[in-house]
Design a protein around this ligand. Structure first.
Ligand code: URA
Length: 437
């Protein structure tokens, strides 16, 4: 077999066999198939797509390029959540301890922010001392003892994906449903899960801008996970407006702590509880959807989820006092309040604009090697449907330098639509996967 034969086959729109895909991925991971041939292959997949069988074979080959965590010593159902990413999407942070408090084990391997979407690891690292690079043994120990742990990807988990993702990033081949599916699912399957809940975002602040694209991705993820032997549910959720009132690393930790104390913005609480109820259902820990939601709400209201979060932070070396006194979290030197030009109702807040503003404020990165400013971002965001008076703050910008505030302010000029009335959008638009209990 020669690599170019398989590239040509895909280029001409034919389906590859599982053996051919495995051979190609193994060769790429081992270095015998060079980057330029993998780049051509990825472009052929981008244009020609893959069947469900091909996508599952690609996922399996990428998964088996590395290790799979052995979670068998953890005596709880193992269920995780993956979000395709959005602005202000801090849901993993209250969700993991909330479902852990209900009896689920969550071995969560997360990523860093890139482009306009934030990353769970950057948010956690804004807690002074929090280590995201635990060894596998430490990680499994924290999951066993606390019920959840959140770390970064290790070199041994789906290494073929790490290499392929870097190549896709510079060859215009990221937005391909089979490639995204194999990338996400190979990493999640490596966690040794029984179940996975997917939060597939759609809207102007998301990777997938339309409902059709988001649904196609969700269907591909659910089909592939099911073919690989785990229970999978996907929620399609709205990402036209930012989630909650903050976007930025330490600012989102502050909002997470509010939610774990039983408060926080209603949209963040609602999505956390909706995803948590799905996780409990996959774990077999709830009689029905209503009791699953009730258990999640009770874990937040009682402070048990906050206790789990505190334990997890302690075990990761983080400053536990910052959990009880969020004013100890890092803050940026400069602030600016953006004020409403006129009175009215907030019709919408453009999540894409807020994401781009966060990037220039220093909360995000454009290259994987960039450092992030933990205190930077946006707080006090008004939300769709709220009434504002002329001159009232729409949000507060935080950055290290005044020049960053000026640039972000210009980007936010048209982000806030103010009018006579606003259309309410439910946070969960559709549900796919296992039928309701
Ligand atoms: N996230 C991933 O992990 N992989 C992709 O291909 C896209 C988003």
């Amino acid at each position: 077999m020669l690599p170019q034969w398989l590239i040509e086959k895909k280029r001409d729109g034919l389906a590859l066999t599982a053996d051919e895909i495995r051979w190609f991925v193994d060769g790429f991971a081992a270095g015998s198939i060079p980057d330029y041939q993998m780049a051509a292959f990825a472009m052929a997949v981008y244009f020609r797509g893959m069947t469900g069988e091909e996508t599952a074979a690609l996922t399996r080959a990428m998964l088996e390029s590395g290790d799979r965590l052995d979670t068998s010593s953890i005596p709880r159902p193992k269920v995780d959540k993956h979000s395709t990413g959005g602005i202000g999407d801090k849901i993993s942070l209250p969700l993991a301890p909330m479902v852990a408090a209900c009896g689920v084990a969550v071995p969560m391997i997360s990523g860093r922010g890139l482009g306009i979407t934030g990353g769970t690891l950057d948010k956690l690292e804004s807690i002074p001392g929090y280590r995201t690079n635990l060894s596998t043994a430490e990680f499994l120990g924290v999951v066993r003892d606390c019920g959840c742990s959140i770390i970064g990807q290790t070199d041994r988990l789906a290494p073929a994906d790490r290499k392929l993702y870097a190549l896709r990033d510079v060859t215009g081949t990221v937005p391909s449903i089979p490639l995204i599916t194999a990338s996400i699912m190979s990493k999640k399957l490596a966690e040794g899960l029984d179940g996975l809940v997917l939060d597939v975002k759609c809207g102007r602040g998301a990777f997938m801008q339309t409902r059709e694209q988001a649904r196609a991705l969700a269907e591909s993820l659910v089909r592939t996970g099911t073919a690989m032997g785990i229970r999978v549910t996907a929620l399609l959720t709205a990402m036209d407006d930012p989630l909650g009132r903050t976007a930025g690393n330490a600012l989102e930790i502050g909002e997470t702590i509010d939610v774990l104390r039983g408060g926080g913005p209603a949209d963040v609480v609602e999505l956390t509880v909706s995803l948590g109820a799905e996780m409990l259902a996959l774990a077999g820990l709830a009689r029905d959807a209503a009791s699953a939601r009730h258990r999640c709400q009770e874990a937040l209201a009682s402070g048990r989820a906050l206790d789990v979060f505190r334990d997890m932070v302690r075990r990761h070396g983080g400053d536990v006092q910052a959990v009880d006194k969020p004013e100890r979290l890092p803050v940026s030197a400069c602030r600016h309040e953006l004020r409403a030009p006129a009175a009215g109702v907030v019709v919408g807040v453009d999540a894409g604009c807020v994401g781009r503003a966060c990037l220039v404020l220093g909360a995000g990165r454009t290259k994987t090697t960039d450092a992030v400013d933990p205190g930077a971002g946006v707080s006090g965001l008004v939300q769709r449907g709220e009434r504002v008076e002329a001159g009232q703050p729409l949000c507060v910008l935080h950055a290290a330098r005044e020049s960053q505030l000026d640039e972000a302010q210009a980007l936010l000029q048209d982000a806030f639509a103010i009018g006579a009335s606003a259309e309410a959008v439910p946070s969960v638009l559709e549900r796919l996967g296992e039928s309701d209990q």
